[in-house]
Ligand binder design. Structure first.
Ligand code: SF4
Length: 763
């Protein structure tokens, strides 16, 4: 029996796992007590990662579609040959504009994807990029980019030191933290309460986090932006603002612009839109201002829940709400202040550590490109996921439409609006390639599926989440197990695809995968020596590559980034600094300390200032003001989402140990609503909108606000050929079949997934 330390790659919490292996089999998993970040915390998903590894339904070899239309196992060479032939045909006939890529959320947990996908996207030359970000967190990233400079300039709550935490639309006791990498949220929240701190949760549902809070405000869905604007209004009108150290870095006139923008949003005026009493709003504002330190944090409920309007549509408010969270943080002096909201300093670098410290190009939001069908703008170079189906199935006179799609670790049929339409559209593609470990609701349409290795058979390093962590650490996890027979390293697969795409798109000789690796490494080295903030600035790129030899692949790129990063050894300039070898020699990780103030060097706005009042967001808030005069009546029932501890979007429902119990697809209804509708607990009900209908069991509970129906996403495994017997036995229903793709927050390209009126009737 051997024990291996490995950071859990399943969610943003990044817990350190101690995995016992007996004769090549996982014998047990526990939290690593000595892990510098998670200190032994682990959730049920992490302890059952061995079942994911062992899952007989997880793909081990490529699948290709045979002449009869069935997906059958194939060799890697047969799969690459088919891709080569079909991709060449599509590009020759329709050009690279007919190609699209969809990237799912697991890519940011995967170091191969993080480091090598940019090369594949460049090689494909497609402008059509779609990701899960536009059904999730882009409102927060867009607001942060406008205020602070980049999409990863997200200030996270300094949860370990705060005295007051206001959480809106988030359930970190279940999600384990999101856009806030903080392992052991239960422990961190307990510690907050133990040191006398106060937790207030704003959510239409009395979630697990709300139950652990000092106070729960059951807000009307879609009301967060109004509540935050009224809190800001109170802070301003009662002269409670104190911006602290951030004040000196505000853009000219931006404070005055914010004060003017929130002026109409009195607590009384927003009361019908929030369902929160004006006196309570004033008290919360005063408490935030009076606390020794305080932080405001929001997640999915603030980014993807809209406000139901009288005409039956749903108003997107995600980016405005995300902006107002940091407006309130700024007004109470929380920005860049210990116990407030701060920026991580990631060891491998990131957008907030690159370029000229304190100034940058800022962000163009929304972007300049437009989708073909609806003319929706791009954001951060991506198109809204809500537009994917129409870009495939809507013909144009000149024959332009998407003809080929590559999905990588994504299941948009379940995770994006109007999933049924996308399900149909995928069948009309000339070519669909999926990099995925399962045949799922999306990949079942693919012509080729290329599987990754088991999550325990690959190196794991959290390059992205280090940008969002509540404490600076660095950890490296080598593979625990060898890849199984036929399994292939993921970065090799991506490099091979890159080589194929490069050869076809440029019409030149197809490079070898090793050449792609060398080119990616050279690019990283060149960027490091050119970047004035890098510890390798001014050195020779060739010398950097010689210094990291003989490393190749992921390790070579990690060493380059680490040594030129903010804690790096600078290739000898800072002998005490980090190298990959040093990080690898610390199996429990290296603690780099609590968050430190980073203003003004963290800023990458064009002005070099905090843009507290971006014109787009001030205008968007102004557009909400007419609703203050005549609040739309609350529909009798609106939909909101729900996170589940033993679920992970759509992709862990085939793990036997996680299925059952609370991990079920139900619609939660308040007893008053259930009685009004003639529904009893456990009854099968029909949930419907104008877009679609699903059938699920009802769960009658007073944890939801009256007028609210709460459903989880990621379910709906009814197709005969998807996942495996465990998932299909508890298939659930796809909540996104109820969601229209019409409602999109154009400032972030993000779909409205909740807040719309629905009907529930006995089935
Ligand atoms: S909380 Fe997230 S990272 Fe931690 S064990 Fe669970 S799934 Fe893994």
């Amino acid at each position: 029996m051997t024990e291996h330390l490995h950071v859990c790659p399943l969610c943003e919490a990044t817990c350190g796992l101690a995995i016992s292996v007996d004769d090549g089999e996982v014998a047990g998993v526990r939290g690593d007590d000595e892990d510098v970040f998670s200190h032994g915390y682990v959730c049920p998903k992490g302890t059952l990662i061995g079942q994911l590894h062992d899952d007989p339904d997880r793909l081990r070899t490529p699948m290709i579609r045979d002449a009869g239309g069935r997906l059958v196992p194939a060799t890697w060479e047969a799969a690459f040959d088919l891709i080569h032939e079909r991709l060449r045909s599509v590009v020759t006939e329709h050009g690279t504009e007919s190609l699209a890529v969809f990237l799912g959320n697991p890519n940011v947990h995967n170091v191969s994807s993080t480091l090598y996908l940019p090369a594949l996207l460049r090689a494909l030359g497609t402008p059509n990029r779609f990701t899960a970000s536009t059904v999730d967190q882009f409102p927060k990233q867009a607001a942060s980019a406008l205020m602070f400079g980049t999409g990863l300039s997200v200030a996270v709550p300094d949860i370990d030191r705060t005295d007051y935490l206001l959480i809106l639309g988030a359930n970190p006791l279940v999600s384990n933290g999101s856009m806030m990498t903080a392992a052991d949220m239960p422990g961190r929240i307990r510690a907050l309460r133990t040191r006398g701190g106060r937790l207030v949760v704003v959510d239409p549902v009395r979630t697990q986090t709300a139950r652990a809070a000092d106070e729960h405000l059951a807000i009307r869905p879609g009301g967060d932006a109004f509540l935050l604007a009224a809190i800001a209004h109170t802070l301003v009108t009662e002269r409670l603002t104190d911006l602290g150290a951030a004040h000196a870095h505000l853009a000219n006139e931006s404070l005055a612009a914010v004060q003017s923008a929130v002026d109409p949003f009195t607590p009384e005026a927003v009361q019908p839109l929030t369902g929160v009493e004006a006196g309570t709003i004033r008290r919360i504002a005063r408490e935030l201002a009076a606390a020794p330190s305080a932080a405001v944090y929001g997640r999915m409920g603030t980014t993807t829940t809209g406000l139901a309007l009288a005409d039956g549509s749903t108003l997107p408010v995600g980016t405005v709400a995300s902006w107002l969270i940091d407006v309130v943080n700024a007004l109470i002096g929380a920005v860049d202040s210990p116990g407030g909201v701060m920026w991580a300093l990631p060891a491998f670098g990131g957008p907030t550590t690159e370029g000229t410290p304190g100034v940058g190009r800022g962000a163009t939001i929304p972007g300049r490109r437009r989708t073909r069908v609806r003319g929706l703008p791009s954001v951060f170079g991506e198109f809204p996921a809500a537009a994917l189906a129409e870009e495939i199935d809507t013909p144009s006179e000149d024959g332009r439409r998407l003809r080929a799609l590559i999905t990588i670790a994504g299941n948009p049929v379940l995770s994006t609006p109007d999933g049924r339409r996308l399900d149909r559209a995928l069948d009309s593609l000339d070519l669909m390639i999926s990099l995925d470990g399962y045949v799922n609701e999306t990949t079942r349409h693919a012509h080729v599926i290329l599987p990754p290795p088991s999550p325990l058979a690959r190196t794991h390093v959290d390059v992205v989440f280090a940008n969002l962590a509540v404490r600076n650490t660095v950890r490296y996890s080598p593979p625990v197990l060898q890849p199984g027979p036929g399994e292939r390293d993921e970065s090799d697969t991506i490099m091979r695809l890159t080589a194929i795409a490069f050869g076809i798109v440029t019409g030149s000789t197809e490079p070898r995968a090793e050449d792609v690796d060398d080119l990616v490494a050279l690019t990283v080295a060149q960027q490091a020596v050119a970047d004035e903030a890098s510890r390798a600035h001014g050195l020779d790129a060739g010398d950097l590559l010689a210094a990291v030899a003989p490393l190749r692949g992921v390790d070579r790129l990690l060493d380059l980034r680490l040594r030129s990063g903010p804690y790096g050894d600078g290739f000898g300039r800072h002998p005490e600094g980090l190298t990959l070898a040093r990080v690898r020699s610390a199996p429990h990780g290296i603690d780099l300390g609590p968050l430190r103030p980073r203003l003004p060097e963290v800023l990458r706005t064009a002005s070099g200032r905090i843009e507290l009042a971006p014109a787009q967001l001030v205008a968007a808030l102004g557009a909400l003001a007419p609703l203050l005069d005549e609040a739309p009546p609350e529909p009798s029932l609106v939909l909101v989402g729900r996170r589940q501890l033993r679920s992970n979007n759509s992709w862990m429902h085939n793990v036997p140990g996680l299925s059952g119990g609370s991990n079920a697809c139900t619609v939660q209804l308040h007893p008053d609503d259930a009685a009004r509708l003639g529904i009893t607990d456990g009854m099968t009900v029909r949930v419907s909108t104008e877009v679609g209908a699903v059938t699920v069991p009802a769960e009658v509970t007073d944890r939801v606000r009256t007028g609210v129906a709460c459903m989880p996403h990621g379910w709906g495994h009814a197709a005969p050929d998807v996942w495996g017997t465990t998932a299909r036995a508890r298939a659930g229903a796809n909540v996104n079949e109820l969601v229209t793709s019409a409602a999109v927050d154009v400032l972030s390209g993000t779909a409205v997934l909740g807040g719309m009126a629905i009907q529930v009737t006995p089935a």
